[in-house]
Design a binder for this molecule. Structure first.
Ligand SMILES: [Zn+2]
Length: 133
C-alpha cells in the first residue's frame, strides 16, 4: 500500500526534523500504513496529521521547529519590501500566503527586536565614550 499523498502544494520543511518524525512513526508499524489526514497551517508553519490506517494511531508532525514566519518577514523587511511582495513571492513558488494578522504580528515582533538591539548598541557606544573621557 502506498502512503496517501494529497496535493498540498509546496511547504518549507526542516528535512532533518521531518524525517526524524517519520522514522518515529515507522517504529509504530511501517510507513506503508501511514495515511495523511489533514494539515493545519499558520503562514509558512504547518502541522501535518498522519494516521495509521490499521489501528488509527495518530501523529502530528510540524514542518519546522524554527519560526519560519518570523524569518520570512525579517528577510522581506531587510530587502526593503513588505507583505504584498512577500505574498507575491510565496504565490509564485506555491507556498501558502501569510495573513494580515500573522504578517503584522511578526512585523511588530521584529520591530521590537530591532528597537531593543538599537538601544543596546547606543548604550554600549555611550559606555565606550565615557571611558575615553
Ligand atoms: Zn497502527
Amino acid at each position: 500500500m502506498e502512503p496517501e499523498v494529497q496535493d498540498i502544494s509546496h511547504r518549507i520543511i526542516d528535512v532533518n526534523h521531518f524525517v526524524t518524525e517519520l522514522i518515529k512513526f515507522s517504529e509504530h508499524k511501517s510507513l506503508a500504513t501511514l495515511k495523511f489526514e489533514c494539515e493545519h497551517y499558520v503562514g509558512l508553519q504547518s502541522e501535518f496529521t498522519y494516521v495509521c490506517s490499521l489501528c488509527g494511531y495518530k501523529n502530528k508532525i510540524k514542518s519546522s521547529l524554527a519560526d519560519v514566519n518570523k524569518a520570512a518577514v525579517a528577510g522581506v523587511m531587510a530587502a526593503g519590501c513588505g507583505q504584498v511582495q512577500l505574498n507575491q513571492f510565496l504565490s509564485e513558488v506555491g507556498l501558502p500566503n501569510m495573513s494580515d494578522f500573522t504578517y503584522n504580528k511578526m512585523h511588530n515582533d521584529i520591530c521590537d527586536d530591532w528597537e531593543e538591539a538599537a538601544c543596546d548598541e547606543m548604550k554600549k557606544a555611550g559606555d565606550r565614550e565615557k571611558k575615553l573621557q
